[in-house]
Design a protein. Structure first.
Length: 76
């Protein structure tokens, strides 16, 4: 679906009903095309975890069988 939008005096556009997400990465092509890609923000720690498929699988396994998880001592 295409819809004509115009920029305001500050060079902004309103996405209105087209915005299905809260955050987007914006890519500007050399021909003037603007691409909005839905994005999420993750912490550095989560990003490091996601780069380790072995650890992701361990977390999934632990979540599937909570009784096998190691108990973590709480600092008092």
């Amino acid at each position: 679906m295409s819809e004509l939008v115009e920029v305001d005096s500050r060079r902004r556009v309103t996405l209105g009903q087209h915005a299905r997400h809260q955050r987007y990465l914006i890519t500007s092509e050399s021909d003037g095309t603007v691409i909005l890609t839905p994005a999420v923000v993750v912490s550095e720690l989560e990003a490091r975890l996601l780069r380790r498929p072995d650890l992701v699988e361990k977390v999934r396994a632990d979540l599937a069988e909570p009784e096998t998880r190691m108990k973590r001592r709480r600092k008092v």
